[in-house]
Design a protein around this ligand. Sequence first.
Ligand code: CU
Length: 478
Amino acid sequence: MSSLTALDRRSFLKQSTGALVALGFAPLARADEKRPVREYRLVAGPAEIAVAPGRVWSTWAYNGQVPGPMIRATQGERIRVVLENQLEEPTTIHWHGVPLPNAMDGLPGMTQDPIAPGETFVYEFDANVPGTYFYHSHVGLQLDRGLLGPLVIDPAGPEGVADREFLLFLDDWLPTNPDDALAAMMAVTTPGMGGGMMGGGMGGGMPGASSATEPPYAGYLANGRMGTALDALAVTRGERVRVRIINGSAATTHRVGLTGHKLTVTHADGQRVAPVDVDTLVIGMGERYDIVVRMENTGAWTLLAGSVDAAVPGIALPVVYGGQQPSASPITVWPVSLAQGKTLSYAGLVPFDGRGGPSSGRVMTLTLSAGSNGAWTINGQAYPNADPLRFTLGERIRFQFRNMSMLRHPMHLHGHFFQLIDRATGRVSGPVKDTVLVEPMMGAVDVEWVADNPGRWLLHCHHAYHMEMGMMREVVVE
Ligand SMILES: [Cu+2]
């Protein structure tokens, strides 16, 4: 047993189940009939979503709403979700980030048969590791139609980090058929050579942008509403508001900031970190950050979000202290105080309990590139014509992500957490996550994880279109 493992065992014994998972002690769900069960019923079907006054989006959704209903349980409970498919094509749900038994991971043709139209499937798993998670369809591009939603597991005991909380579920809004967008993107012979570089002006997926490397988004949604049509959030001086930020976008990396306030980051991908104050944070597709804002600056402010490549935030949510009126003139560009302020970096994050140790994992380099004929590749192979990555149960692995392309890739591993490696020291001392954004043009991120959850999993880019175009591998733990 390595010293790191011993360290982790101690953290486990102290209290942290999150530590357990990262370090090879996944509290894997085993049917325990004594647990209280939280049961939800989700119906996937056509829906008419009012994204703004006078603007209706005819799409697919869970229970007629985008995002889908909040699924929430307390650590130690069991989650049961009965999913009924009223779509005209098969579907599944993936519980993004939640450590659960392989059979519940929602991978069509891999962990389950796709749920046919008219059929029902019951997902059931234990809520063991607290955090902010995300659920979505794992069939084709259904996520970009609106088949997604938030999932939260509350700790068994109080965390005491905030007085109340607010959900900020970020999305990019595609009013047209995502399959058409994919076809247009695949017609581009040299992917990655354009889209990420058109960041000036109104680019980066904002309304009016046209780029065959990104879908023709009509704007961004916050909690299912257009970012320009949001109701104000009323706050009280002196309170601490926790904001659970989930980036459910299919293809948009967001920047988030709040005028007049610092953001105190308390959790990354649901796992607690030592608190760090920033002016803005960048959040990739599939990532989650919990922040706490101390409301100590009376006035009318704006919570801003939008593509990191755009000068225009796109999402402007008024935040007003009691008795104040929202600002009459909406903010149309990132204010200098935020644009030039401190941005969250992975290097600035460490686990709340300080856990860390030397790296001892088997090194596997994963090179992310644009292939030929519209493909996106990992080590030159585009899924499904790609070799599975095979690991022995209990094995410790170091993934070295190397991005040789011009676009960002948020890489997500199913069924496991990983811990980021500080590349300056080589130590496994960064945040525990399940999705990590690898910056373009030689961007490098190293992570270490323990293959402690047997089954057939996936490692993929959470840009839904990159995934469809091949940036995915099967991960076999046996
Ligand atoms: Cu990607």
